[in-house]
Structures are given as structure tokens and as C-alpha cells.
Ligand binder design. Sequence first.
Ligand SMILES: Cc1ncc(COP(=O)(O)O)c(C=O)c1O
Length: 420
Amino acid sequence: MAWWETSSFRFVNGVLHLGASPAAALVRRHGTPLYVYGRTRIAENYRTIAAAFEGRTASEVRICYAMKANPHPRILGLLRAEGAWIDAVSPGEVRAARAAGFPARKILFTGTSLGEEDFREAFAVDGLTVNIDAAEQIELMARVRDRHFTGKRIRVAVRWNPGIGRGFNPKVITAGERSSDGTPIKFGVEDRKVLAAFRKAADCGFEPVGFHQHLGSGWVREDYPDVLEAVDKMIAKAGELESAGFRLEFLDFGGGFGPRYAREQTLFPLARYAAAICGRIRRAGLRPPAIAVEPGKSLVADAGALLLRVEYVKESYGNIFACVNGGTFNTLPRSAIYAHPHHEIVNAGAAAGDPVVSDRKKIRVTVAGHICETGDVFGREVLMPRPEAGDILVVLGAGAYGRSMASNFNLRPIPPEILV
Ligand SMILES: Cc1ncc(COP(=O)(O)O)c(C=O)c1O
């Protein structure tokens, strides 16, 4: 069994199946490029996170799906049925979550650089919780409420920046003073301003109910000590807020736990993390009615695959290219934005005819896309059964921040998506 095989994507008698169908059958029916998501795997991922917290706390555990990872309506529906809550980052996401049946009370709206129109739309949604990213926003929020929703009770939380961030790439480290490449970090309220932000929100007539942090994305095992330090800081800060008279309904530790993208990746110890959060909250004497986490990637990344067709195989200066009908800049932008994160790529054989390719000789192939950029490469020198024109290449780990980041760059269409 290959390391990446799951209940949704696996070989059956040497033929790659997505759900119950061979890859070739899906391609004959739906064409390429095509995003395919495995229902069973998404549900399993949700249950793994729920099980990590199970029996460890008297608080309600809210698993808030960071829907920016993949807002497909049927994925939202599936996770709603599992019991998920929602982390939404824009009015558009709030709308999509509500359309998928999430009640407003199960949505935390955590925006950044929000303006008057954003608050106006958010405040119109009864029961929504609005997460404050900057103390400097509170007066604008009060003005919008007073102008359009006089006297309305609006639930708010405060997102703080605990001064520690972790993530797989400088672009997704979301706490600390600066990211690992020196970029100043824009998110959250800095430590020394948190209590004042809570007081200001309350003085302006908002109802502060939650305290939130999100450190970054794509954690592996090596991130655990720093992540734990940030958990300790957050719990200590929550204690200070309680002592100052704020009754916190929930503590939200954000998302970030990485799915497995590569064989050699060391996995973030999710169960230990859940036990540590619950144990530390208990030992600190805090009794929040709810504890929240906001997984995105870990719910959907390994449940998604991008199917591409090899248009031709080219040799140039000793390099062998499988030239495919999708691009990293448009079809799977995370590959371009984060400078070649690993995505396992499997040759599923010909769409027409016998798809068993295991008897072909394995060679090193660079999988290049159809965009006019040198960086448009899905995988460099990937070892795979020698590709031929018409083969289907399956890019794994494509369920999160794949289709949701896709664009029409080069005026290429955005691929369709199916669930299996
Ligand atoms: C506020 C917030 N919560 C949760 C997440 C989800 O992170 P991940 O997909 O790494 O779990 C993000 C990702 O950007 C985020 O900004």
C-alpha cells in the first residue's frame, strides 16, 4: 500500500480508484483538469479531530471548519452533518456557510482589513460572532452598528497575536512580530493591548464572548513545542481576562495542524495537542463553556486530487517533461505561491484503454503546466512509470487551498469539481 492511500483514493488491482471509480472512468465522464474530493476521507478526518478531544474536557468542543480551504457546498454540507462549526473570513464565506445550512451562531467571522460594508453585512446576520482583528477597528464597528442596527446586541471575540507563530512557509506564519522572511505580521491584537481591546469593545456596547489565536498553517512535529508555548500564553491571558471580569464563552486556538503531503513528513501530534489544551485549561482553573479549533487543511487536503492529462512528453537538455493541461499559477496556485510545496503525483495511465502502468519503466519526470511561467511546475523530477500522451496524472493533497485559490490566469477556465 502506498503511503498516501486512503479510504477514498487507493489502488485496486493496480488501478487507481477515486471512490468506487477508476480514475480513467472519471476522466472519460468529466474530462480534465478535474478536482475530485473523497467524501469518506473528509468525514474520517473530521472524526479523527473529534476523537482527539473526546473525553478530555467538560467544555463543548467546536471544530470550526476553515472554509477558505475548500468552500464546495457539498463539503460544507457534509461537515455540517458531522457537527462542524465554521471559520469564515469574508461576508461571501458567511453567505456560503448559511446557504449550506449553518446557523449563524455556529459561524465565527474572522476577517482582516475589514471595512464598513463588511461590518454592515456581518451585523445584519443575527447571532453571528465577529472576531476583532484590531483594537483600531472597534470605533468603526460601533459607528456602523449605531447607524444601521441601533441597540443591536452583537457578539464579538478578540483575535490576539501571542508573539509566537509557526507555519510551513513564511507566507502562512500568522503570529509573532515578523514572519521568518522578515515580513511584519498584520494579524491580531498585540499582547499589551488585549485587555484594553476587551474593555473598549464592552464600553462600545458589544458583547465580548470569545478569545482567539491562529498561529499559522501546515504544522509538523517540529512545530509542537512552540505551538504549546503559544497555548500556554493564551491560557494565561484568558485567566487575566477572566480576573478582569470577562466571562469567556469560548477559547479558540485556531487551525494549523498539517495533513500529510509527503512520505517523509513528520506528523503534528494532534492527539497530544488536544490533550495538552484540555489538561492545561483544567489545571489553570478555567472552565470555558467551549473550546474551539479551526482546521482547514487537515480536514480536506488529503481528500482532494487534481486530475490532469498529459498532452505530450518532451525532452530538452536532458530534462524530461510531462506537459499537462493545467497550471500551478491558475489551477493549483498554492504550488506557485508557496514555491513548490510537495504534492505526490501518481501516473494513473491512459484515460482510454488499459490504465495499469506499473509494468512501465520508472523514470524521472518534471510535470510542467500550461502557463507561461517557468515556475509552473507541479513536481520536479518525479519518479513515475514513463508517461505517455493521454495519460492521467493525479496530483494528490489537492483538496485544500487548491480550487479555492484557482483563477483564470492566462484566460484558462477554472476546473470543475466532483465528490466521490
Ligand atoms: C483564522 C484562521 N483559522 C484557521 C485557518 C486554517 O488553517 P489550516 O488550514 O492550516 O488548518 C486559517 C488559515 O489561513 C486562518 O486564517
